[in-house]
Design a protein. Structure first.
Length: 64
């Protein structure tokens, strides 16, 4: 069973710390993916991986 699945099960079971652990895990993974993606962009772009992840989050929750 993967770590995300374990954390989701812990959340369902009422573990109060599991949501923060899940957010931390997912955030790290998304930031790594964003860094890989941005490394393939043309030189001169100024968007940072952290900013890309934050922008994606805001779009997901509907706060544009």
């Amino acid at each position: 069973m993967g770590e995300v699945t374990q954390l989701l099960n812990a959340i369902e079971a009422g573990d109060a710390q599991a949501p923060a652990e899940l957010l931390s895990l997912v955030y790290r993974e998304l930031r790594q993916l964003a860094a890989i993606y941005l490394a393939q962009e043309k030189p001169g772009q100024t968007l940072q991986a952290t900013a890309l992840v934050h922008e994606a989050y805001l779009r997901l929750v509907g706060e544009e």
